[in-house]
Design a protein around this ligand. Structure first.
Ligand SMILES: C[S@@+](CC[C@H](N)C(=O)[O-])C[C@H]1O[C@@H](n2cnc3c(N)ncnc32)[C@H](O)[C@@H]1O
Length: 258
C-alpha cells in the first residue's frame, strides 16, 4: 500500500531497493516524526512538502566525497583516461556520465582529473541523480571539510576557495564543465554513446532484479569498448552475461552489445 502510493507520488519504486534496509530507514524516520504506521506517515508527507523532501533526502542517502577511494581515482588518471583518449583520438570528444552524482563531489573529481589532459573550456560531462535536493547542492558547489579530506592538496589549492572559515567552494570554471540533471536509473531513459559511465555506491541499495536492469541498460548506453566504473563493494557477478569484461577491479569494459 505505502510502496504503491509512494511510487505514484515520487516514481521511486521501493520494490527495487533492498527491503530490510529500506524498511529500517522508513520506520526510523516515521518514528522520529511520531507516526506509528507507514500510511499515516505517507498522508502527512502529502500535506507537508518539507516532510516529503526530508523523506526523499533520508531515503536516497547522499553521502559522497571528492576523490572517494583514492587508489581507484589514481588508476582512473593513470590508466583509464589515457586508454579512452587513445581509443577516441580527441580527448574533447569523450562522453562521460556520472550516474548517481549526489552532491557533485564525483563529477567534479572527474573534471579535475580530465583537466590534466585537456583545458577546462573543452570539458563537458553529464551528471545525474534521482534527488533534486542533492543536485541543487551540487550546483551550489560549496562543501564541508569532510568532503575534501581525500583530495590531493594540489587539486584542492587549484580548484577551491575557502569561504566562511571552513567551507570549500569549487571554482566556476569547473562547475561549467558539468551538466546536471535529474534522472532515475530505474525509470528514465539513459544517455547514449557514453565512453565512460561512473556508477558508485548506489547499486548496493538495489535488489538483484534492479541491478540486472541497470547493468543491461549501462551496456546499451556505452559505446563498444566503453568503460563502467563501479564502487568499492560493487563488483558485477557474472559480468559476461551483461556483455562486460573486467579490466581492473571495479572497472569493466563493454565487450559486446547485449
Ligand atoms: C551514496 S550516494 C553515492 C554518490 C557518489 N556516486 C559517490 O560514490 O560518492 C548514492 C546516490 O544515489 C542516488 N540514487 C538513489 N536511487 C537512485 C536512482 N533510482 N536513480 C538515480 N540515483 C539514485 C541517491 O540520491 C544518492 O545521491
Amino acid at each position: 500500500m505505502f510502496k504503491k502510493a509512494f511510487y505514484q507520488q515520487s516514481k521511486i519504486n521501493l520494490d527495487l531497493y533492498k527491503e530490510k534496509q529500506m524498511k529500517r530507514r522508513i520506520t526510523s524516520l516515521a518514528g522520529k516524526h511520531g507516526f506509528s504506521s507507514f500510511m499515516s506517515f505517507y498522508k502527512a508527507m502529502l500535506a507537508d512538502k518539507s516532510l516529503y523532501d526530508t523523506f526523499i533526502n533520508y531515503l536516497t542517502i547522499n553521502v559522497s566525497e571528492f576523490y572517494r577511494n583514492p587508489n581507484q581515482w589514481e588508476l582512473m588518471e593513470k590508466v583509464i583516461i589515457p586508454m579512452i583518449i587513445e581509443r577516441k583520438g580527441r580527448a574533447e570528444d569523450i562522453r562521460i556520465w556520472s550516474s548517481a552524482c549526489s552532491t557533485g563531489d564525483e563529477p567534479y573529481t572527474i573534471v579535475m582529473l580530465l583537466n590534466k589532459f585537456i583545458p577546462l573550456s573543452k570539458i563537458k560531462i553529464i551528471a545525474s541523480d534521482i534527488d533534486l535536493g542533492a543536485i541543487n547542492k551540487a550546483e551550489q558547489g560549496v562543501y564541508p571539510e569532510r568532503s575534501i579530506k581525500e583530495l590531493p592538496d594540489d587539486l584542492l589549492k587549484r580548484y577551491f576557495t575557502v569561504v566562511n572559515g571552513n567551507w570549500y567552494k569549487i571554482s566556476d570554471e569547473v562547475k561549467k564543465c558539468v551538466d546536471f540533471k535529474q534522472l532515475n536509473l530505474l525509470e528514465d531513459p539513459y544517455p547514449g554513446n557514453m565512453d565512460l559511465i561512473v556508477c558508485r555506491n548506489v547499486l548496493i541499495y538495489f535488489t538483484e532484479e534492479a541491478k540486472h536492469y541497470i547493468y543491461n541498460s549501462f551496456n546499451r548506453s556505452l559505446v563498444q569498448d566503453g568503460i563502467l566504473f563501479l564502487g568499492s563493494t560493487e563488483q558485477i557477478i557474472g559480468a559476461a552475461k551483461y556483455g562486460f569484461k573486467s579490466i581492473r577491479t571495479f572497472f569493466y569494459q563493454k565487450a559486446h552489445e547485449i
